[in-house]
Design a protein around this ligand. Structure first.
Ligand code: RP5
Ligand code: MG
Ligand code: MG
Length: 281
């Protein structure tokens, strides 16, 4: 894979902090680089010990089992065993210019799930719309605009301790694209029913692995499972009452197209969806 790019972005998100600049040829840990002096940074919010974050390494009563399923927390990586340097997990994709956890809660892998809900784009008469350049039918997916950075993204989120990925996919979609957390109980139950139907279909796993996320550090990084739930007729997904919630500021259907910029490595997931379904990209 190409060296991670967004994981070296300047400044570090949510701060004015400049990462130690890492050129492409120095990303790999195997390149000896004695001058490398990454900036140490753990966001104050993470350091304040919210329930979703690990304690600091070296804290009493915190002895994480790296490369293992550690109680309810999965500390294994999809990339295989990661190394530890002075007790700290090392980002398997290389240097990022920043040490510590930054905005991420877990030391090592931070597991997420990304639900990609799609339908075909149709015109007023219900005919599939083909792209003039590729002549392929256009797919659309439900996209959210992230509040943290303003970028469009898949409505994904972190796997809670002990939670199955299947449940995370459904829960994050409901929270971010349907604002389930703010719905009155009756509506929430109705939405839940609709959504369960959509998410009980097996779905097509389009990615599983490292995410080139701007929050990544030398010692903490994002990994995800991205799954496509496609509605061939579009009838049931088109009726979903889209409403942005939680860490989403907006929600809307977006055409799959390589030119549309997306958060982290989300474009890569959508490219696979488009290719697998013979759609325009
Ligand atoms: C990305 O961050 C993942 O692909 C997923 O979409 C997202 C999870 O983080 P939050 O949305 O919870 O911030 O790396
Ligand atoms: Mg979320
Ligand atoms: Mg999210």
């Amino acid at each position: 894979p190409p060296p991670h790019l967004k994981s070296r972005c300047q400044p570090y998100p949510g701060s004015q902090i400049k990462r130690f600049p890492v050129p492409d040829d120095k990303v790999d840990w195997s390149m000896v680089w004695p001058q490398y002096l990454p900036v140490q940074h753990t966001d104050p919010n993470v350091a304040s010990r919210p329930t979703w974050a690990d304690p600091d390494l070296g804290s009493k009563a915190f002895s994480p089992r790296f490369n293992r399923v550690d109680g309810p927390v999965d500390r294994t990586s999809f990339l295989g065993d990661y190394e530890l340097l002075q007790n700290r997990p090392l980002n398997p994709r290389g240097r990022t210019g920043l040490a510590g956890r930054g905005l991420l809660g877990r030391w090592g892998p931070n597991h997420a799930a990304d639900p990609i809900v799609t339908r075909w784009k149709v015109d007023a008469t219900g005919q599939k719309v083909s792209h003039p350049a590729s002549r392929r039918p256009v797919l659309q997916f439900i996209s959210i605009k992230r509040k943290d950075c303003g970028e469009w993204a898949v409505p994904g989120g972190m796997v809670d301790p002990g939670e199955t990925v299947t449940l995370t996919l459904q829960r994050e979609f409901s929270e971010e694209a349907l604002n389930s957390l703010a719905l009155p109980a009756a509506e929430r139950a109705q939405t839940h029913q609709r959504i369960t139907q959509l998410f009980t279909a097996p779905g097509l796993q389009v990615y599983r692995g490292y995410v080139d996320d701007p929050r990544n550090t030398d010692n903490a990084w994002m990994e995800t499972v991205a799954v496509n739930f496609h509605d061939e007729t579009g009838n049931s997904v088109s009726e979903l009452p889209l409403q942005a919630g939680d860490d989403a500021g907006q929600v809307t259907w977006v055409d799959l197209d390589s030119a549309f910029p997306l958060y982290a490595s989300h474009s890569h997931f959508l490219e696979t969806v488009a290719k697998e379904r013979g759609a325009h990209w």
